[in-house]
Ligand binder design. Structure first.
Ligand code: HEM
Length: 362
């Protein structure tokens, strides 16, 4: 074959286009700033990695949209979630590279960037929406909707992602279909509730029988015990859970919550390893996005102090609040409040251990 017909490294990777895609605004304005190249390349690298995250996420959503999801689908999803996690770690570390630019160096070209901002990253919004960040749970950004700052074609895609199936909804649906909750006469929730009630009674006795307590200490300990009892009662009752959903204090349905708890409590059963890994990796992803947001906010404070952002937000203050609020799977993490130690777990009947398969049908 002729040499110029062979696939060439730079053609395959479209390097001519890629490496010609760094247009320095400072150069255009006649005062080239050395660090603007770093600023552009770091942002472009982020967008490439966002593209890869979306590629993985879309494939996982497709797997979860199927009518039946089998064990290999779960394992494949876990592998892809793991890949997202490794990319996220890179994204957090990349901030250090950008921080080799000082705040004074940033000032050399910052004025040329108004009113553009990372706030306009449509891929970042797609990731948030596809994971399941609900539009009503987003922080208000001035008086504007977060989509108002996007380009027309990007806005359409982001809007679409708000209305499509998200990882949160598909996970909820999958958990609700878990066949283990009531199975062959074994009612997990009834057994779990009975264990909790008896543990709480024992705890009350321990408080009451403690000879070292003063009357004040006894009252205060009983008060906090009552609060624990209330929290458990609210957790156990579907009605109370639904009330919290209506008030916007919870999102995950009671059925899905029960299934997730079962998976966490019985994760030592081989059959629950993959479901447990799936839930754990989703919590990791949520945590790592929070880490990235916090890390980005710290870097922003170092770069611009208390100034407003180029996109017009309160800057560092907005970013910290978003890190706190924009979480998707925190209800899974909160479940540890309701864990009980292994030795107190209701024992799974032998026939259940034998019969349970990985195959979930809708
Ligand atoms: C000198 C470096 C940077 C500064 C000073 C900075 C500053 C800011 C500020 C102030 C905001 C809030 C919106 C606004 O008012 O503009 C913001 C949002 C954002 N930035 Fe950056 N940023 C920097 C680097 C980066 C990098 C490297 C990325 C990677 C893609 C990025 C991605 C984002 C995203 C996704 C948001 C939206 C966050 C949200 O709404 O939760 N930023 N940035």
């Amino acid at each position: 074959m002729e040499k110029d017909k062979l696939l060439n490294y730079s053609d395959y990777l479209k390097l001519d286009q890629l490496l010609e895609s760094q247009d320095l605004m400072s150069l255009k304005n006649g005062e080239p700033a050395h660090d603007e190249m770093l600023f552009i390349i770091v942002h472009q690298s982020y967008e490439l990695w966002f593209k890869q995250i979306l590629h993985e996420l879309d494939s996982i959503l497709d797997l979860f949209c199927q009518k039946s999801i089998n064990e290999s689908d779960i394992s494949r999803s876990v592998l892809r979630l793991n890949r997202i996690i490794e990319i996220q770690k890179l994204l957090i570390n990349q901030i250090r590279v950008l921080e080799t630019m000082t705040a004074m160096d940033f000032l050399e070209f910052r004025d040329h960037l108004f009113p553009s901002s990372g706030f306009q990253s449509s891929q970042f919004r797609l990731i948030e929406n596809k994971l399941g960040l609900h539009k009503d749970l987003r922080l208000k950004y001035g008086k504007h909707n977060y989509k108002d700052v996007l380009k027309k074609n990007e806005k359409v895609k982001v809007e679409d992602s708000e209305n499509n199936k998200t990882m949160f909804l598909l996970l909820e649906n999958w958990l609700e279909r878990t066949p283990f909750l009531v199975f062959d006469g074994f009612d997990f929730w009834k057994k779990y509730s009975d264990v909790i009630k008896s543990l709480l009674k024992q705890e009350e006795q321990v408080i009451r029988n403690n000879p070292k307590h003063t009357i004040d200490e006894l009252e205060s300990n009983l008060k906090s015990h009552d609060a624990t009892v209330l929290a458990f009662n609210a957790f156990i009752s579907t009605e109370k859970h639904n009330e919290l959903i209506e008030k916007g204090e919870k999102r995950l349905s009671h059925k899905a919550t029960k299934a997730a708890l079962l998976i966490f409590l019985y994760r030592d059963e081989p059959i629950l390893h993959s479901p447990f890994n799936l839930l754990s990796r989703l919590m990791d992803i949520d945590e790592l996005f929070t880490n990235w947001r916090q890390r980005h906010a710290i870097m922003v404070q170092r770069m611009i102090g208390g100034k407003i952002g180029t996109g017009g937000s309160t800057g560092h203050a907005y970013l910290n609040a978003a890190a706190d609020k924009h979480k998707v799977f925190s209800e899974l993490s909160d479940l540890s409040t309701f864990f009980i130690k292994r030795s107190a777990l209701p024992e799974l009947p032998k026939n259940i251990k034998e019969k349970l398969g990985y195959y979930f049908k809708s």
